[in-house]
Ligand binder design. Structure first.
Ligand code: PPS
Length: 284
């Protein structure tokens, strides 16, 4: 259970935990957002590789886009801020499908949904909870894992999030796997550019791969100061909290065999109708 002090950095909206940086008024008025037909939404459950994909898109030559701050970050003035962008907007969010503004669904805006195997996602989120002053400090991995499995963490249950998006997958939704980006970056990049109607040649791909490698992104964050008002994740404006290990399979260093069994049983039960489950199992 979260103590009252821990809850002060989070609040519940429609049963889901959000950072207090996402105001209740904004969450309540999401359906009044006016989407543009060429908007692109960069959607993920936290810690799935959002910053990486954002950096990839930003580095596509002649992309003519602006990456905005998350749609759920801030107060009611958010929609006025989003109106000020003249270029094609790439808008990040950790919202589940159900909470996404209705106009985005009606206009069938493009969505890139980034997904990562849930065990690594949980470990990454555990560290985020510990390092990020905007999130409650959870003493132990075991205590955090219980919260994660109950969906009592920011943005709710990983299972509900992923299933909400899988259920609404259509030609306007591209699903990108973190692990596939690690394994075959070229293939993932080609999928992204084709989906966005952009073109990159081989030397440009090499350049993007280099600029968006984990070490390069981490170094850049250490060396360069970033505009604190410009963040990809509504849970922090401090980019240095984002780049931790950037590997596949770190979960093995945290899960006991019992925790793995409990996790796998829940995964099998919750994901029994999911087509994504097979690939996610391959990646865990
Ligand atoms: N370039 C690159 N290559 C590989 N991995 C990368 C890269 N950039 C970010 N990361 C890792 O992605 C994790 C953070 O995910 P998000 O960007 O979705 O986090 S956030 O919720 O939006 O803050 C987080 O994972 P962990 O290292 O496992 O914690 C980051 O390190």
């Amino acid at each position: 259970m979260l103590s009252p002090g821990q809850l002060s950095v989070l609040h519940k909206f429609k049963g889901i935990l959000f950072s207090t940086a996402s105001s209740r008024e904004l969450l309540d008025s999401l359906d009044s957002f006016d989407a543009r037909e060429d908007d692109v939404f960069l959607v993920s459950y936290p810690k799935s590789g959002t910053h990486w994909v954002a950096e990839v898109i930003e580095n596509i030559p002649n992309a003519k886009i602006t990456i905005t701050t998350p749609i759920e970050l801030g107060d009611i003035s958010k929609f006025d801020e989003l109106k000020t962008y003249s270029k094609r907007r790439v808008i990040p969010t950790h919202l589940s499908y159900d909470m996404l503004p209705v106009d985005i669904k009606q206009k069938q805006c493009k969505v890139i949904y980034i997904i990562r195997n849930p065990k690594d996602t949980a470990v990454s989120l555990f560290h985020y909870y510990r390092d990020n002053p905007n999130l409650p400090y959870i003493e132990t991995w075991a205590a955090f894992l219980e919260l994660f499995l109950r969906g009592d963490v920011v943005y709710g249950s990983w299972f509900d999030h992923v299933l909400s998006w899988e259920e609404h997958k259509n030609d306007n939704v591209l699903i990108i796997f973190y692990e596939e980006m690690k394994k075959d970056f070229f293939k993932s990049l080609k999928k992204i550019t084709t989906f966005l109607g952009m073109h990159v040649n081989d030397s440009e791909i090499n350049n993007i791969a280099w600029k968006t490698s984990f070490s390069e992104m981490k170094n850049k964050t250490v060396k360069e100061s970033h505009d604190p008002n410009h963040t990809i994740c509504a849970l922090t404006s401090e980019r240095n909290l984002v780049f931790r290990k950037g590997v596949v399979g770190d979960w093995i260093n945290y899960f006991t065999s019992k925790q793995k069994r409990v996790f796998d049983e829940l995964f099998t039960e919750k994901m029994k109708h999911s087509e994504l489950a097979r690939r996610l199992k391959e990646y865990s």
